[in-house]
Design a binder for this molecule. Structure first.
Ligand code: SF4
Length: 347
């Protein structure tokens, strides 16, 4: 066996230790030593390129498991990865996720070259509202404080007063001095926000635009009722991008990070995860003793990422893979995100 063969074998064994637990792979792949061996040369090459280019890879939890566990330096939800984008001191940040997330990394780390594996990795939610459309909406509600969900473009962030994530939206909006809130671009999260403010006794008028996440808006209370009947003791875990009727019927509603924490710390016999399937893959790796009953959905934008595209972007990024922003837009968007860090709960 040559040294290269040894390295490939060791890498395949490393990959297998994580990937062997994943049984909801988006491409129906079964992870065993042979499939890990097949991708090992690529993960070795990517990890070598990272060192050569002084690059870090940030990967969203919805990505394919071979990216998350094979080559990512940091994995998590939007809030966690935004903090990492602000902290890392690398020359290159490769954002394996979707374009608005890479824009956020560029806003927070302007000196770094920020690259994406596939420029077509949009988002039904972020792409539902442009900066121009938000300017027109603001003119209709001039007294409103504009709150944007982090799933929005840099132009929309630049037009907003404060950014939020699914993990801090309730806390931040509750504590804003304004009564009237223009919340963009997620109508369903806005509906959940309205209900939560009412439950907390906070006097807020929530006005929304009309975007939705094409993954989370698909779930229905009927999915939950059917699953509960088949799996006694089931816990239903939902993301606040789901419709309010789904959120109301779930046992727990929270951000991607909070959903993971809830599952890891509870002892139910089965879980129904009303979110993107990548998160179920992460939980299968990190909590292999838990049982998931399926029902998750795929985001086609997230699935545009692949190890080959990550390798090619690191090797020689094409102009369309490099994120560039107008400096005025970047500064105003950075201010909106900095407000979020200031107003986020500390625990
Ligand atoms: S899961 Fe939804 S919010 Fe996330 S990138 Fe896909 S479409 Fe956008």
């Amino acid at each position: 066996m040559t040294a290269t063969d040894d390295a490939i074998e060791l890498e395949a064994e490393r990959l297998l230790r994580s990937l062997m637990h994943v049984d909801c792979d988006p491409h129906g792949k079964t992870w065993n030593l042979a499939t890990c061996r097949a991708i090992a040369p690529l993960t070795l090459e990517i990890n070598r390129l990272k060192a050569e280019r002084d690059a870090v890879i940030l990967a969203h939890s919805y990505l394919e498991p071979e990216i998350i566990y094979g080559v990512a330096d940091f994995r998590g939800d939007s809030y966690f990865l935004s903090m990492k984008a602000r902290e890392v001191r690398a020359k290159v940040i490769l954002f394996a996720g979707v374009v608005f997330m890479a824009e956020t990394a560029k806003i927070l780390s302007p000196e770094a070259t920020v690259i994406v594996p596939d420029r077509g990795s949009g988002c039904s939610l972020a792409d539902s509202l442009t900066g121009d459309q938000l300017r027109r909406l603001k003119s209709l509600y001039p007294d409103a404080t504009v709150v944007c969900y982090i799933n929005s473009t840099a132009d929309v962030k630049a037009e907003s007063d404060v950014c939020v994530t699914s993990g801090n939206v309730y806390h931040i909006v509750e504590h804003l001095p304004a009564r009237r809130i223009l919340f963009v671009p997620d109508r369903l999260m806005g509906d959940n926000l309205r209900a939560e403010m009412k439950r907390r006794g906070a006097d807020k008028e929530i006005i929304t635009s009309d975007g939705t996440c094409m993954v989370h808006d698909q779930f229905s209370p009927a999915d939950i009722a059917e699953a509960r009947e088949r799996y006694p003791g089931l816990k239903v875990v939902a993301h606040p991008e789901c419709p309010p009727a789904v959120a109301a019927a779930a046992d727990f509603v929270g951000s991607t990070g909070a959903m993971m924490k809830y599952v890891k710390n509870s002892g139910a016999p089965y879980y129904l995860m009303l979110t993107e399937c990548g998160l179920v893959g992460r939980l299968q790796v990190e909590s292999p003793e838990k049982a998931f009953i399926g029902g998750c959905r795929l985001c086609p934008y997230m699935k545009l990422n692949s190890l080959e595209k990550v390798r090619d972007a690191l090797k020689a990024p094409r102009p369309d893979q490099i994120i560039t922003l107008d400096e005025g837009v970047r500064r105003r968007a950075a201010h909106c995100i900095d407000r979020m860090f200031e107003l986020s709960p500390t625990d």
